[in-house]
Design a binder for this molecule. Structure first.
Ligand code: IDP
Ligand code: MG
Length: 152
């Protein structure tokens, strides 16, 4: 486990429209994770089909991908120790009905199809998703000066 593990976190159209962008970014910042990429975009069906390759063809996919195209998404990459697994914990369970209070979905969501955010589920998924959503030059290299106060 290195301090340079990266995860892809996206704020879905519901999170953007509900004005939750800074609140969600803050969860990762305050935990100590380093923001290495951020942008806002309208996702294409093609991008979503690649991103959600494992779900294409499932009954819920047409509605879910239409929802993901219904407004802009804020796409981010965060770096730090165990970023993928800890990122999933910060998001909470997929269905907000099962997400604990204190998690993003548990604090801001009610319905499965309006669960506010996406987070990579493994290091392999993270690497694949980061490549899909960002060009290499959009990942910014810089020193996190507070790192020595976050890591022992
Ligand atoms: P995840 O976002 O926690 O990784 P996945 O199972 O990968 O969860 O599903 C992707 C997204 O698709 C979920 O975040 C949720 O919004 C939506 N979704 C998953 N399963 C269903 C379903 O059965 N009905 C409707 N939407 C679903
Ligand atoms: Mg998933």
């Amino acid at each position: 486990m290195t301090n340079t593990e990266r995860t892809f976190i996206a704020i879905k159209p519901d999170g953007v429209q509900r004005g939750l962008v800074t609140k969600i970014l803050n969860r990762f910042e305050q935990r100590g994770y380093k923001l290495v990429a951020i942008k806002m975009l309208n996702a294409s069906q093609e991008l979503l089909d690649q991103h959600y390759a494992e779900h294409v063809g499932k009954p819920f996919y047409p509605k879910m991908s239409a929802f993901m195209r219904s407004g802009p998404i804020v796409a981010t990459v965060w770096e730090g120790k165990d970023a993928v697994q800890q990122g999933r914990k910060l998001l909470g369970a997929t269905n907000p009905a099962d997400s604990l209070p204190g998690t993003i979905r548990g604090d801001f969501g009610i319905d499965l199809g309006r669960n506010v955010c996406h987070g990579s589920d493994s290091v392999e998924s993270a690497n694949r998703e980061i490549k899909l959503w960002f060009k290499a030059e959009e990942l910014v290299t810089y020193e996190q000066f507070q790192a020595k106060w976050i890591y022992e």
